[in-house]
Design a binder for this molecule. Structure first.
Ligand SMILES: [Zn+2]
Length: 345
């Protein structure tokens, strides 16, 4: 069952905390509160975040599971079903690469019976990474892949690319680790967890194939794309690679590296301009939680070179998700958006 997320974007709650904690700005609080509610409404998410969190923190006989990202939590909550109570630590548009713990996060980590995180360097904010690594209740999806499917991991330079959820078939492999961990913690629920996992995996297989079919239906010479940061390598290998194509990685380029940082050198701009020109790409895909500044600079430079490049109005979701979408819906949205725009070029 598709679960509708019930969360106010935490970005605004964090902003609210910050502003209201300064006495001299207290006059701004009502404005920020109203803005937050309007923006929360515009995201289509309900505003019972605090109550939902209180419920999660309270004893109710269920296993308390904390996941760092929604992409993990959506699988955890489906496999765990009614035996568990799940919560996502990094919510809304916040960047998991740089997320640092805020007030209340320590309590959530202490409260959790099991913690699932991506690993492979994704959650590299010092405070979060230290808390997770030191916990014997934490399980890394990425380490599961490192142990059982190391050949499936991709690198950029010396660094492992942590964006493994961008290939549904690989994320499905990682979710076997979720099942394994839940059964270890709660053996009485083993049969129920396995049944639920099988239903989820059937759906993941179906959506994976649908996306492959959709994107491989685009003519090979149009199957090249640019996004904000290096989050789409696994996606490219899974959905744009044709057969045993050796140079599949050349189908994707991004101005910013594995963690978006807004730093763009003239070399980065030139690299993307060359890519656009070589493959006759005229659309750039922005990601929902990454500033469009880098892409705008590239579009301006491209026009100076005499070719028209536009930034797609609809964002792609990679590190952050629209709270109205389930992980699989997010993947389908990305595929449809890419397919539609590449075909229109
Ligand atoms: Zn990323």
């Amino acid at each position: 069952m598709m679960k509708k997320n019930h969360l106010v974007p935490e970005l605004f709650l964090r902003m609210l905390n910050r502003v209201c904690s300064r006495k001299r700005l207290i006059i701004l609080c009502p404005i920020v509160i109203i803005s937050s509610l309007i923006l929360a409404g515009s995201f289509g998410c309900s505003s019972n975040h605090n109550q939902a969190l209180r419920d999660w923190m309270n004893d109710n006989g269920k296993i308390k599971v904390l996941s760092t990202t929604r992409q993990i939590n959506d699988l955890v909550s489906e496999i765990g079903g009614p035996r568990i109570d799940s919560w996502t630590l990094i919510q809304g548009a916040l960047d998991p690469h740089s997320y640092e713990m805020v007030k209340g996060d320590g309590e959530k980590i202490d409260r959790a019976d099991i913690i699932f995180y991506n690993g492979l360097g994704l959650e590299h904010g010092a405070s979060l990474s230290a808390s997770i690594v030191s916990s014997n209740r934490a399980f890394s999806m990425g380490e599961w892949i490192q142990i059982y499917h190391p050949d499936q991991l991709l690198y950029i330079g010396q660094a492992i690319d942590p964006h493994i959820w961008m290939d549904i078939s690989l994320w499905r492999q990682a979710s076997i680790g979720i099942l394994d961990r839940l059964i270890q913690f709660d053996p009485d629920g083993a049969e129920e967890y396995r049944e639920r996992a099988n239903v989820l995996w059937a759906r993941m297989d179906r959506v994976h194939e649908e996306i492959r079919e959709l994107l491989l239906g685009i003519a090979s010479e149009r199957r090249y794309f640019v996004t904000s940061h290096d989050a789409f390598q696994y996606f490219t290998r899974a959905y744009l690679k044709e057969g045993n194509e050796q140079n599949w990685a050349d189908r994707f380029a991004a101005p910013e590296g594995l963690a978006p940082d807004g730093q763009l050198s003239p070399v980065d701009i030139q690299r993307i301009l060359d890519f656009l020109q070589l493959h006759r790409v005229s659309v750039l895909f922005a990601e929902s939680n990454v500033s469009r500044d880098s892409l705008s600079k590239i579009a301006i430079s491209a026009r100076e070179w005499g070719f028209q490049v536009k930034i797609c109005d609809e964002p792609l979701y990679a590190d952050a998700m629209d709270c109205r979408l389930h992980y699989l819906e997010m993947m389908s949205h990305n595929a449809r958006t890419i397919a539609k725009n590449l075909e229109m070029q």
